[in-house]
Design a binder for this molecule. Structure first.
Ligand code: AOS
Ligand code: ZN
Ligand code: ZN
Length: 388
């Protein structure tokens, strides 16, 4: 098995984008709990995200959600981010919080509402022009709750047409990433339920349309790393929304529910050429911290991704290939598991120290006084949350 020193250099390539909404209040349909010091606007969300990057060196960009993060001057927001050592990343569209979208957005039968959804996405692309963002991320709430409620085929046809109109607006350096989800908020049929549907639409659109894989958006038991391998093989894996789940779209801290799955996913990423600055794969978190502290929740998340990436990089690929060729089932499995069971935590602490980062970012955050500082400072105004 390689030594940690053999892979240490590769860890410098890791960049995980933080979602602005992770710093706001969030909850379930039962209750949204509030937290002291929660950001009141996009500027404060970016400040919190920058703190995560300062302590971990792993999170150089922040994804925005429109309209939640709409500001008067995106140029100014970009400068604010740069001053804090981060940049603005993916722009997420939102067609799920408007009365008009009750029966769909890009798939709607009413041409006026469909045009409104397309116009929203065009506005997001215009914002990308100012923020310098590469990716427009589309997740749709579209779908139906009862058989017969909508014409499944007609909805696909309208979706294809709408996506084409959105895609046509992209600049040469910009990309569209289409996220899939098998259920919720629609419970019978979702219009982009799986990677195959997303892939089919992306291929029809063109080279700059790619699939976004949210790790929490699959039926229980789905082999997610197989989908990773397949999309990389097809050259259409655009981005990850990382989170973890016990039951459905739980949006819990990535690697918390099933670290082994995260390891298997990162192994396929490395195996398939998806790791590294030029891979074209964007690694993002899509999480909500309902009961735990939000900034430490994000720190824990990026550290979990780093830890499983390090273990995935430690797999002895030559020994694995040999065992696979020889039909040595248990030998191959042992090579794989040896890397998974390797505790890299103290090596990672040394790696951080060598780069001028705190050995223990969780403790460094606790000791920094930042939580008390924002709790005292951010009083009044409206706390921004999921949907605010
Ligand atoms: C929804 O389930 C998706 O995961 C989206 O990525 C969504 O835009 C994001 O969770 C923010 O609400
Ligand atoms: Zn997502
Ligand atoms: Zn989701």
């Amino acid at each position: 098995m390689p030594n940690f020193s053999d892979i240490a250099g590769l860890l410098a390539d890791q960049a995980i984008e933080l979602p602005s909404w992770a710093f706001g209040n969030s909850g379930t349909r039962f209750k949204v709990f509030s937290t002291a010091g929660v950001p009141r606007d996009a500027y404060e969300k970016i400040a919190d995200a920058a703190k995560v990057h300062e302590l971990t060196g792993l999170a150089p960009s922040v994804a925005l959600h429109i309209p939640w993060d709409r500001v008067d001057d995106f140029d100014k927001l970009g400068t604010h981010a740069a001053n804090l050592g981060v940049r603005l990343g993916t722009i997420n569209t939102n067609t799920f919080q408007d009365e008009d979208y009750k029966f769909g957005s890009l798939t709607h039968v009413d041409e006026k509402i469909r045009a409104k959804a397309i116009a929203h996405m065009h506005e997001c692309i215009d914002i990308m022009g100012v923020t310098g963002s590469r990716d427009l991320k589309i997740w749709l709430p579209d779908g139906t709750n009862y058989p017969g409620q909508g014409d499944l085929r007609g909805r696909q046809d309208r979706l294809a047409d709408s996506l084409q109109q959105v895609y046509a607006r992209l600049g040469d350096e910009q990309r569209l990433v289409l996220e899939y989800k098998f259920f919720e908020p629609a419970f019978y049929a979702t219009d982009v339920p799986d990677w195959g549907t997303s892939y089919t639409h992306c291929v029809a659109l063109g080279e700059r349309a790619l699939v976004c894989l949210d790790t929490g958006h699959h039926a229980p038991g789905t082999n997610v790393e197989f989908i990773v391998a397949q999309l990389l093989r097809l050259g259409r894996l655009g981005s990850f929304d990382f989170n973890s789940r016990f039951y459905a779209d739980d949006d819990l801290i990535v690697g918390a529910a099933d670290p082994f799955q995260l390891f298997r996913i990162m192994f396929e990423v490395v195996r398939g050429g998806g790791y590294g600055p030029d891979s074209g794969v964007a690694f993002m978190l899509d999480q909500c911290h309902n009961v735990e502290e939000k900034i430490p929740g994000q720190i824990r998340s990026v550290l979990n991704v780093q830890e499983m990436t390090a273990r995935a990089l430690l797999v002895d690929r030559d020994a694995l290939a040999e065992a696979e060729r020889d039909g040595d089932v248990l030998g191959a499995n042992e090579v794989f598991m040896d890397a998974f069971y390797t505790d890299v935590r103290s090596d990672l602490a040394d790696w951080r120290t060598s780069r001028g980062l705190p050995a223990n970012p969780m403790r460094a955050f606790r000791d920094s006084g930042y939580a008390d500082h924002i709790a005292a400072e951010r009083v009044g105004g409206t706390q921004a949350g999921w949907g605010a």
